[in-house]
Design a protein around this ligand. Structure first.
Ligand code: GLN
Length: 470
């Protein structure tokens, strides 16, 4: 029996290398867990039939002495990331039966290392939501408490890991979709610097906000995955050069900033606040200096995000017209075909955001909403840049409360949007942010979020490892 609960990428690599078990054994062990747990948890939309074959190829590579750290490591992949020849649908009816015609750059990179793809995971439709309740294929339940959500939108990837249905996973994060489910499921989740990881082959939600990133059980594992998937890519012109990441490692004790004024609201759960205070004490014990920081405009982050994001959503999703791929419904004429197809293929939340975004971008409102939101986005970013002159990391809780009950927020979009209060800023500013497990509220995991200046993932990894004593 492989102890999946305590397994990490490094440990699995050493075990396979020393012949303790094979990559095939490892994949089989995960497939066993999936068989037992997925019918209830609904983390996977599809488990790939050739997973064992992929693991066999990994074993061959081990035997040839050509294995790297990710060879034979079982990955769960969010349903909006393309793997050539396989179904990919962003958990939407409109992409039913769509098969990817190419590999996303991140997938190509993982394939090069010989990673094993176990299956594709559930999500909120087109990554819009914080609970997977917007999936066309049912909700993903939280393995820690099946009456609760696993978070979203990458809830399937998080739950897959938390139920021991994979050793690592990829998600996408436009406003918190990796970090929030990571915190709900007791995992590490990273949203890297905008442009660090190629977006080629991820279905776009908000193109100026989207990043693909890892879910892992340890910061060390998240770092291994990040180092593999990052890098300049000619297929995504917003990617930045690798040299950005060369010089940032440091041995000095870091300074952590706390935006105290932002944490005063009564919307934050008291266990979350208590755990946050304890986490600060832990950092102090580790020798970190703690400082108060001012982020005067941070309260505008959420409204700014909920203007910019739907504007980009409405434009990105206009390509789904049912002409070539997925669902198609006939109408009276060509235009009517679109109405019929999009009306039937998109769920309620997607339609809400497309409508909102179209309104925001329409003439007369463009200046009033979109341009003003963009101006504020710049102001929020410069507030952060100013704060980072005196601190290395800014610390907040990842979410205002632990995992909520299934059904609790689904009929109240604003309550659902408030989930994202701490996470959207990193997407607006383009700065890297990581959520790490920081404790529990009853049986529910809690997480804290650390943000750093562009290109400073190394600081997040260092502080994260020290905090978790890795
Ligand atoms: N919960 C946020 C939203 O609904 C974040 C989504 C995301 O990061 N993909 O927009």
């Amino acid at each position: 029996m492989i102890d999946l609960k305590n397994l990490t990428i490094k440990k699995a690599h050493e075990d396979i290398k020393s012949g303790k078990y094979s990559a095939v054994d490892l994949t089989k062990a995960y497939l066993e867990e999936i068989k037992k747990k997925n019918p209830e948890i609904n983390a996977y939309l599809e488990v790939f039939k050739d997973a064992e074959e992929q693991a066999q190829a990994a074993d061959t590579r081990f035997k040839a002495g050509a294995a790297t750290l990710l060879t034979g490591i079982p990955f769960a992949i969010k349903d909006n990331i393309l793997i050539k020849g396989r179904r990919a649908g962003s958990a939407s009816k409109i992409l039913e039966n769509y098969h990817a015609t190419y590999d996303a750059t991140v997938i190509e990179k993982l394939k090069r290392e010989g990673a094993v793809f176990i299956g594709r995971t559930n999500m909120d439709e087109f990554a819009m939501g914080g609970s997977t309740e917007n999936s066309a294929y049912g909700v993903t339940k939280n393995p820690y408490d099946t009456e609760r959500v696993a978070g979203g939108s990458s809830g399937g990837s998080a739950a897959a890991l938390a139920m021991d249905g994979a050793l690592a996973a990829l998600g996408s994060d436009t406003g918190g979709s990796i970090r929030q489910p990571a915190s709900f499921c007791g995992l590490v989740g990273l949203k890297a610097t905008y442009g660090a990881v190629s977006r080629n082959g991820v279905m776009a939600m908000g193109s100026s906000l989207d990043q693909i990133g890892p879910f892992a059980k340890t910061v060390t594992d998240a770092e291994i995955i990040f180092n593999t998937i990052k890098g300049n890519d000619s297929l995504d012109s917003t990617t930045i050069s690798d040299t950005t990441y060369k010089t940032k490692k440091t041995d000095k004790k870091l300074t952590i900033g706390i935006p105290k004024a932002f944490l005063k609201g009564d919307g934050i759960n008291k266990d979350v606040l208590k755990n946050f205070e304890e986490s600060i004490e832990n950092f102090k014990k580790l020798g970190y200096e703690i400082k108060d920081v001012e982020l005067p405009n941070i309260a505008y982050s959420l409204p700014v995000y909920y203007v910019i994001m739907p504007a980009e959503v409405s434009s990105n999703l206009s390509r789904f017209d049912g002409v070539r791929f997925g669902l198609h419904k006939d109408g009276k004429d060509g235009i009517d075909d679109y109405f019929e197809t999009r009306g039937a293929g998109f769920g309620k939340e997607v339609r809400r955001r497309v409508l909102l975004g179209t309104y925001i971008l329409s003439s007369g409102y463009y200046d009033a909403y979109y341009n003003r939101a963009n101006a504020l986005r710049r102001v929020i970013t410069s507030d952060f840049e100013t704060a980072f002159k005196t601190v290395d990391i800014i610390l907040t809780p990842t979410t205002p409360a632990p995992a909520f009950k299934i059904g609790e927020k689904i009929s109240d979009p604003v309550a659902m949007y408030l989930e994202d209060i701490f996470t959207v800023t990193a997407n607006l500013t383009g700065m890297p942010a990581i959520s790490i497990p920081s404790g529990v509220s009853g049986k529910l995991p809690l997480g804290i979020q650390m943000t750093a200046l562009h290109g400073n993932e190394a600081l997040l990894f260092k502080a994260g490892k020290e905090f978790l004593k890795e």
